[in-house]
Design a protein around this ligand. Structure first.
Ligand SMILES: Nc1ncnc2c1ncn2[C@@H]1O[C@H](COP(=O)(O)OP(=O)(O)OP(=O)(O)O)[C@@H](O)[C@H]1O
Length: 776
C-alpha cells in the first residue's frame, strides 16, 4: 500500500505516540535542522498541527450544539423529535434549528464511544478537485450545514475505502489519523494519484493497515473503521435484501466485516432495521464478550448480540454455555432430532388415565381407551399440546353425549354444563391432558424407553442411549438444568411443537418468586406482570428480527438453523463462515443447510481473500497442515510477515504442564498483548491449574482454552499443546487443529508430548508427530 510514496521521505510510523512529537520538540532546539530525520519530524509536526486544528473545530461545534440543546431544554421549548435519521418538525415552532439537532445527535452518540481510544475523526481524503473530506465514526455539520466530518457509512466516504492507485476515484491522498481522545497523535498516508499530486502533498508513514495489524491485541476486538479494505467494504455496503454470504479463510476479517455491516445497515436503512431489529449470532458467550465493544465504538447500540446457545433465551431459560461431547453434539444437531421431538411431543405422559368414567344423575358415562386415543391423535393433528386442552374437552363432551343412555333426560347445553362442572371430568382433564413445558418435555428423554419410543428408527440404539444418558440426572439438578448450546435449539423446537404453556387459571402471578435466588428467571417481574394471561395461539412466541447476521456459520447445526429461521421468517440475512474451520465431520452439511435456508431468495456472495491476522510464517504452517487432508480448501494470502518462524517443540509426556508454563512465561515476555494456551479438552483443567499455581507476572494476559472456545478469537502469542490429541478429541479432526494454529497475531509455539523415555532432547531425534507427517 505504501509503494506510491517511495520517493518521499517518510518515518516509520508518523509518530508511535503523542509524546514522541513533544520529545522531538525539546531535542536540541539550537542544533542544525538539516538531517533527514529532523526534516521529517518537523513535517510530521506541521501536519499534526493542521489536523489538530480541524479536530478541534469539530469538537467545538459539538459542544456548541450541546449547549444550544441544553439551553432550549431549560427554556422549556421543544426540541426536534428525532429518530436519528429523520427529523419531525413539530407544528408550532421549535427551539432548535435542524443543523443544531444534527450536531446534538452526534454529540449524544459521541458520548457512547470510548473517547480514550476511539477518536471521532479518523480519516481524510484530498481529492483531485482540491476538496478535502474528513471521515469519522459519526457525521458532524457546521452551523451552515456544511459537513465537518462525514459518517464513514455515507456514500461520500466510499472512496476513502475503495480508492487504490489503479482506481484512485479522484482521491490524490488518503490519510488515516490516529487520535487519542481529542488529540491527534499519528498520521499514516497513502498517495493514490502521484501524477495528479505533482509533489504538492506531504505523505507520511508506512500505511495505516500495517500499523494497525502489528498493534498488540487485548481481550476485546476493536473496530477497523479507519482501515477497512476495498474487498471488505464491498461486503459491508452490499444491499440489505435477501442473503449476503461472506466466505474466506481464517483471519480475513469476516467477523469484523459482519459487525461493520450491521452498523452500515442501521445507517442506510435506520427505520427498517431499528424498528425490525438486527440480531448478531456468534459461537459462544466468550466470543460475544470479545466482539461486544465493536458496535458501540461505531456509535451503534441497537443491535442484539447472542451466542448460538442463548438464541432461544427469549422463550426458554437457556444460556447454553455448556458443550456436549462430540458424539452427543452430533446427534443433537442432526435434523433427525426434528422427527424425534415431534414424536416426543405427541407421546402422552406416562400414567395417564386410560378411560374416562363418570356418573351423572345415577347413570355411568364412559369414553373407552380406543376412543380416547383417537381423540388425542385428532386434536394433536390440528393443535399444539398446550393449546389442545379446550378442543380435546369438546371432543370428550361429544363422545360422552353420543354414549349417553336414552333415559337421561337433558338438552345438550344442559348436559355439557353438567359435565363441565363435574369434578371427575375436571380432574380427568388435568391428568389426561396436562400442559407441558419444553424443558420438562426434553428431560423426559432421560427415560431410555421414552427416548427409544420417540426416536424410532431415526437413531441407532447406541445413539438413543447416548442421547438419553446426556439428560440423566439433570432433573435433579439444583436450579435450572445446565443446558448445552445444542439443547437450546431442541428446547426451541419443543416450544414450537408444544406451544407456550398457558398461565394457570387460578394461579395468581406472584411478585415474589418461590425458591428465591435458585430460580433462574429470564423474565423480570415487570415482564411477568405485563404478560397477557391469555395466550394467543397464532402469535409467535419468539422475538423476530429484520436482519440476522450469523458468524461462524459453518458450525451452526441443522437444528440451530431451524431455531434461527423462526426468528427471521421475513428477515434478510448475512451469513459468514469458513467450511475449512468446521467442527463437524461432514463440512458439506453446511452448504446443504444454507441452500435449504435460502430457497429461491436472491443471494450475493463475497469472498475475503487476505488474512490480516496471522503472520505469513505462522499461516503457511497452518495451511499446509489442513491441506494434508483437505487439499482444496480456500486458503487466503497472509498480508504480513514477521520473520519469526513457528516453534515446534516436543516434551516428555510427564512434563507437559511444567513445560507449558515455562513456554507461556517466555511468550509473555515476547509479546505485549494476550497469550492463548490452546489445549485439547482432556488437558484444559490440568493446564489451567498449573498456570494458576505458577502465578506468572502478566497472568491476566493469559487464557487457557480449547480450540472450540478459541473459535473466532485471536491472541498475540499462542501455545498449542498436544496437537495430535486436539485432532483425536474433536469431530472436526484436523480442521479443529487448523482453527487452533490460526489464532496467533504474532507468535506460534506447538508442544507435542512424546514418551518420557524418548524426550528427543537427550540426543535422540524425537519421532515426528503424526500431524506433521506428510506436510508438503
Ligand atoms: N481492514 C482491516 N484493518 C485492520 N485490521 C483488520 C482488517 N481486517 C481484519 N483485521 C483484523 O484481522 C483480525 C481477524 O479478523 P476477524 O476475526 O474478523 O477474521 P475472521 O475472518 O472472522 O477470522 P476467523 O475465521 O478465524 O474467525 C482481527 O484482528 C481484525 O481486527
Amino acid at each position: 500500500m505504501s509503494h506510491a510514496h517511495a520517493h518521499r521521505a517518510h518515518v516509520d510510523r508518523a509518530t508511535p505516540d503523542g509524546r514522541e512529537v513533544d520529545d522531538g520538540d525539546d531535542r536540541d532546539p539550537a542544533g542544525p535542522a538539516s538531517s533527514v530525520e529532523e526534516q521529517v519530524a518537523s513535517a510530521v509536526e506541521r501536519e499534526l498541527a493542521v489536523e489538530q486544528a480541524h479536530v478541534d473545530l469539530v469538537y467545538a461545534r459539538l459542544e456548541e450544539a450541546t449547549r444550544a440543546a441544553e439551553q432550549v431544554a431549560r427554556e422549556g421549548a421543544s426540541l426536534y423529535q428525532s429518530d436519528r435519521s429523520s427529523f419531525v418538525r413539530e407544528e408550532d415552532g421549535t427551539g432548535l434549528f435542524e443543523r443544531d439537532v444534527f450536531a446534538y445527535q452526534a454529540a449524544k452518540r459521541l458520548a457512547e464511544l470510548d473517547a480514550e481510544t476511539e477518536g471521532l475523526v479518523f480519516g481524510r481524503i484530498d481529492r483531485t478537485d482540491a476538496e478535502i473530506r474528513y471521515i469519522g465514526r459519526i457525521g458532524v455539520r457546521d452551523a451552515d450545514y456544511e459537513p465537518l466530518v462525514i459518517d464513514w457509512r455515507a456514500p461520500a466516504a466510499e472512496p476513502f475505502y475503495r480508492a487504490t492507485p489503479t482506481h484512485p476515484m479522484n482521491v490524490v491522498r488518503r490519510r488515516v489519523l490516529r487520535c487519542h481522545g481529542e488529540r491527534v497523535i499519528g498520521i499514516e498516508d497513502d498517495l493514490l494519484d502521484a501524477q495528479h499530486d505533482a509533489g504538492q502533498l506531504v505523505v507520511l508513514g508506512e500505511g495505516a493497515l500495517m500499523a494497525a495489524l502489528s498493534r498488540a491485541r487485548g481481550h476485546q476486538m476493536r473496530d477497523i473503521v479507519a482501515t477497512i479494505q476495498a474487498e471488505q467494504d464491498e461486503a459491508i455496503r452490499a444491499a440489505w435484501q435477501g442473503f449476503t454470504l461472506i466466505s474466506g479463510g481464517p483471519g480475513t476479517g469476516k467477523t469484523v466485516v459482519a459487525l461493520h455491516r450491521a452498523a452500515y445497515l442501521l445507517y442506510s436503512n435506520r427505520r427498517r432495521f431499528e424498528n425490525g431489529g438486527v440480531l448478531v449470532v456468534g459461537p459462544s458467550r466468550v466470543f460475544m464478550n470479545y466482539i461486544e465493544r465493536v458496535l458501540p465504538s461505531l456509535g451503534e447500540d441497537a443491535v442484539v448480540l447472542r451466542s448460538i446457545g442463548s438464541v432461544a433465551g427469549d422463550v426458554v431459560p437457556v444460556s447454553g454455555d455448556a458443550i456436549d461431547s462430540a458424539p452427543v453434539a452430533a446427534i443433537k444437531g442432526s435434523l433427525r432430532m426434528a422427527t424425534l421431538l415431534r414424536n416426543l411431543a405427541h407421546t402422552p405422559p406416562q400414567h395417564v388415565p386410560q378411560e374416562l368414567r363418570l356418573t351423572l344423575k345415577g347413570h355411568v358415562l364412559a369414553v373407552r381407551p380406543a376412543a380416547l386415543e383417537r381423540i388425542r391423535t385428532d386434536v394433536l393433528a390440528h393443535h399444539k399440546l398446550n393449546s389442545g386442552r379446550e378442543p380435546a374437552e369438546k371432543a370428550l363432551l361429544s363422545a360422552l353425549w353420543r354414549s349417553r343412555p336414552s333415559e337421561l333426560d337433558l338438552e345438550r347445553d344442559e348436559f355439557e354444563d353438567e359435565i363441565r362442572a363435574h369434578p371427575a371430568f375436571r380432574s380427568f382433564g388435568n391428568a389426561w391432558w396436562p400442559t407441558m413445558s419444553a424443558p420438562t418435555a426434553l428431560l423426559r428423554l432421560a427415560d431410555p424407553d421414552i427416548a427409544a419410543r420417540a426416536a424410532g428408527p431415526a437413531l441407532s440404539q447406541t445413539e438413543q442411549e447416548l442421547l438419553s444418558a446426556s439428560y440423566r440426572g439433570l432433573e435433579r439438578h439444583h436450579g435450572p438444568p445446565p443446558w448445552t448450546a445444542a439443547d437450546g435449539a431442541l428446547l426451541d423446537e419443543l416450544v414450537n411443537l408444544l406451544g407456550p404453556v398457558p398461565p394457570e387459571e387460578d394461579q395468581e402471578v406472584s411478585l415474589f418468586l418461590e425458591g428465591g435466588d435458585e430460580v433462574a428467571e429470564v423474565v423480570t417481574t415487570m415482564e411477568r406482570l405485563n404478560q397477557p394471561r391469555e395466550v394467543d395461539p397464532f402469535a409467535t412466541p419468539h422475538d423476530t428480527y429484520a436482519h440476522i447476521l450469523v458468524d461462524e456459520a459453518q458450525d451452526v447445526t441443522p437444528m440451530q438453523w431451524r431455531m434461527l429461521r423462526r426468528r427471521g421468517a421475513s428477515a434478510s440475512w448475512t451469513i459468514v463462515g469458513d467450511p475449512a474451520q468446521s467442527s463437524w465431520p461432514d463440512a458439506g452439511e453446511y452448504e446443504r443447510a444454507i441452500a435449504e435456508l435460502i430457497g429461491r431468495a436472491p443471494v450475493r456472495r463475497f469472498r475475503m481473500s487476505t488474512n490480516y491476522r496471522s503472520p505469513a510464517e505462522v499461516f503457511e504452517l497452518a495451511a499446509r497442515v489442513v491441506a494434508t487432508q483437505f487439499p482444496t480448501v480456500d486458503i487466503p494470502a497472509a498480508v504480513r510477515s514477521t520473520g519469526i518462524e513457528p516453534e515446534l517443540l516436543t516434551v516428555g509426556a510427564d512434563r507437559v504442564e511444567t513445560e507449558s508454563v515455562s513456554i507461556v512465561s517466555s511468550l509473555l515476555g515476547l509479546v505485549e498483548g494476550t497469550v492463548g494456551l490452546i489445549a485439547p479438552p482432556s488437558r484444559q483443567q490440568a493446564l489451567a491449574r498449573a498456570l494458576h499455581a505458577a502465578d506468572l507476572p502478566g497472568a491476566a494476559r493469559v487464557v487457557v482454552v480449547t480450540p472450540l472456545q478459541a473459535k473466532g478469537l485471536e491472541y498475540d502469542a499462542v501455545l498449542v499443546v498436544a496437537p495430535e490429541e486436539i485432532v483425536a478429541e474433536s469431530a472436526g479432526g484436523i480442521r479443529t487443529l487448523y482453527v487452533a494454529l490460526t489464532r496467533p497475531t504474532q507468535r506460534l509455539v506447538t508442544l507435542d508430548p512424546v514418551p518420557p523415555s524418548d524426550p528427543g532432547s537427550n540426543g535422540h531425534a524425537a519421532p515426528i508427530p503424526a500431524w506433521r507427517r506428510g506436510l508438503a
